[in-house]
Design a binder for this molecule. Structure first.
Ligand SMILES: [Zn+2]
Length: 252
């Protein structure tokens, strides 16, 4: 079952945490803002489109360095699925997957910063401040896997034994410093870049269906959630030293 959505905020939590500026996003006070185009963000319904598209206005600079936890997720077996299922049904599956992932991320005050086909990139601790952001991201990853389990079970039943492997989600979680800002001259919404982002993406790429791979930095910041879990030494593309990741498999 999808986890409950976050408590709906009356004012934008991003603008409040970043500027202490109360921007109404729900209720009667939000109506005049909606008229001028300030609405809830698609990255998280508790932040507004000012946070999303006016990074330079909010931060008074083009980019900032922030300590965050990143989460990458995508569907394992998507390529073989796309050969077995017609495009309309496939797009419904992808959007159901994205919705369930987003609910899990929002429930922990993260934002879905990017959606890339069957995958997504989420940030915890920006723009909504979350002190225990590694914990929040790992809890979101567990909820994400649980939210998606029934979706993938239905899917496995539907395509029967045609697929080589059962479909499922792979998730990577890592904490570290990233650069957040506007890096494109064509798009005004912000994103995160840097080595910590790449490491998270590489971890996710190594996660099997149903797995969450957690970096040593994220695991150290959320020890209670990873105690007793298995570890795996991984050689990651573009990363000099092997990484000992904690492995959570909540679906088995
Ligand atoms: Zn805002």
């Amino acid at each position: 079952m999808p986890s409950p959505s976050p408590t709906p905020a009356r004012i934008c939590r991003g603008c409040w945490d970043q500027m202490h500026m109360p921007i109404p996003i729900r209720g009667p006070l939000a109506i005049p803002l909606r008229i001028v185009g300030i609405t809830q963000s698609k990255m998280n319904p508790n932040i507004c489109t000012v946070c999303e598209r006016s990074f330079r206005f909010v931060q008074k600079r083009r980019r900032i360095t922030a300590n965050v936890t990143m989460l990458f997720a995508d569907m394992r077996g998507f390529t073989s699925l796309s050969e077995e299922i017609d495009p309309v049904a496939l797009s419904e599956i992808v959007s159901a997957f994205q919705d369930r992932c987003a609910e899990a991320i929002w429930a922990e005050d993260g934002i879905v910063n990017k959606q890339m086909g069957d995958g997504l990139m989420a940030i915890f601790n920006f723009p909504i401040k979350t002190e225990r952001h590694a914990e929040a991201a790992i809890k979101a990853a567990v909820a994400l896997q649980r939210n998606c389990a029934s979706l993938f079970a239905d899917l496995a039943q539907r395509v029967g034994g045609v697929l080589e492997k059962a479909p499922g989600a792979g998730v990577g979680v890592h904490s570290g410093e990233v650069e957040i800002g506007e890096f494109s001259n064509f798009r005004s919404d912000f994103t995160a870049i840097g080595g910590a982002v790449n490491l998270t993406a590489r971890l996710e790429a190594k996660a099997a269906a149903g797995e969450i791979l957690i970096s040593p930095a994220a695991a150290a910041a959320a020890a209670d959630l990873v105690t007793g879990s298995a570890t795996r030494v991984l050689t990651l593309k573009g990363i000099e030293h092997p990484v000992t990741a904690h492995v959570l498999d909540v679906t088995s």
